[in-house]
Design a protein around this ligand. Structure first.
Ligand SMILES: [Zn+2]
Ligand SMILES: [Zn+2]
Length: 258
C-alpha cells in the first residue's frame, strides 16, 4: 500500500459483492491512473461518492464495464445525472460496456435516450485498443453471456488484470503475464462455489496463480458473512512469498513497482 503518487496506480473505490451488511461496502469500482490517463473499471452501487472524491468524473478518459449486473454498473445513473445537471455546460464520458447497457438504463427510467445525454456508450471491441497511455485487452469470461475480464497496462510493463465476475479461473489465463497485478473476485472465499454459481473461490485462484505467476494478487468481491482471512492464506500459499491481500475501498496501490 502507498499513498504517494506513482506513474501507474490503482485506487479501490468499491470492492463489495452484490449485497453486504458492512457499512461502506459499495459495489465494484476501481480507478486506474497512468500518467495523464484515468480509467474507471466498473461503477457498482454506492461507489459514485468515492469516485467524485478521487477525481473529477468528467476527467475520466473512459469507464469500462465488465458486465451488466447492477453491482458493477448501477452508479452510472448518478454519474449520468452529475454530468448532465451538476456541470454547466453538461459533459460526456466514454463508456465501453457490453451491448445493451444504454437500453437497460433507459428502461430503468422509462425514457429512451436518457443514458446517451451524457454517457457515450460503445460495445467492447474485439481486439486490443488504447486509452491514452494504456493498452486495454479484454476477453470473455464465464459469468453472464457477455462478461469481460480485462488487462490494462502501459506498453511493455507489468499490467493490471481485472477478472470482473468470473466462473472459470482458466478464462483469465490468456490475460495474465508474469509479474502482473491480478485483481480477482473471490466471491465464495474458502469455497466451495455452489453448483450453478458462476464465481470463484480461493482454491481456484491458488491453482490459477501457481501457473500464471502474477507479481501480486488483490482479492475482492467477497460475499457477505464469509471469513476474510483464510482466503488470503489459501492464495498466499501458492504465491511463493509474493503479496496477496483482500482490498478495501480507499486502498491506493502502486502498480508500477511489481
Ligand atoms: Zn456478476
Ligand atoms: Zn458482482
Amino acid at each position: 500500500m502507498s499513498s504517494r503518487p506513482s506513474p501507474f496506480e490503482l485506487t479501490v473505490l468499491g470492492a463489495g459483492p452484490a449485497w453486504s451488511d458492512r457499512p461502506g461496502a459499495s459495489g465494484a469500482a476501481y480507478l486506474v491512473r497512468s500518467g495523464r490517463t484515468a480509467v474507471l473499471l466498473d461503477l457498482g452501487q454506492g461507489s459514485f461518492p468515492r469516485l467524485i472524491r478521487a477525481i473529477e468524473p468528467s476527467a475520466l478518459d473512459a469507464v469500462l464495464i465488465s458486465h451488466l449486473h447492477p453491482d458493477h454498473f448501477i452508479d452510472l445513473v448518478p454519474l449520468r445525472h452529475y454530468l448532465a445537471y451538476q456541470l454547466d455546460p453538461p459533459r460526456s464520458v466514454r463508456v465501453v460496456a457490453p451491448a445493451g447497457l444504454a437500453g437497460r438504463i433507459d428502461a430503468l427510467h422509462d425514457r429512451p435516450g436518457f443514458t446517451a445525454e451524457t454517457l457515450d456508450c460503445e460495445a467492447w471491441p474485439p481486439g486490443p485498443f488504447s486509452i491514452g497511455d494504456l493498452t486495454v485487452e479484454a476477453r470473455r469470461v464465464t459469468h453472464t453471456a457477455d462478461s469481460h475480464a480485462m488487462r490494462l497496462g502501459p506498453p511493455d510493463q507489468p499490467g493490471l488484470v481485472y477478472s470482473g465476475d468470473c466462473g472459470v479461473a482458466d478464462d483469465l489465463v490468456p490475460l495474465i503475464r508474469a509479474g502482473d497485478t491480478l485483481l480477482v473476485e473471490v466471491s465464495f472465499g474458502n469455497g466451495p462455489v455452489p453448483v450453478g454459481s458462476l464465481h470463484l473461490d480461493a482454491p481456484a485462484i491458488a491453482r490459477l496463480v501457481a501457473t500464471t505467476r502474477p507479481g501480486r494478487v488483490l482479492l475482492t468481491h467477497l460475499q457477505m458473512g464469509l471469513d476474510r482471512e483464510e482466503p488470503v492464506r489459501i492464495v498466499a500459499a501458492a504465491m511463493d512469498g509474493r503479496q496477496v491481500e483482500l482490498v478495501e475501498p480507499g486502498d491506493v496501490i502502486d502498480l508500477s513497482g511489481t
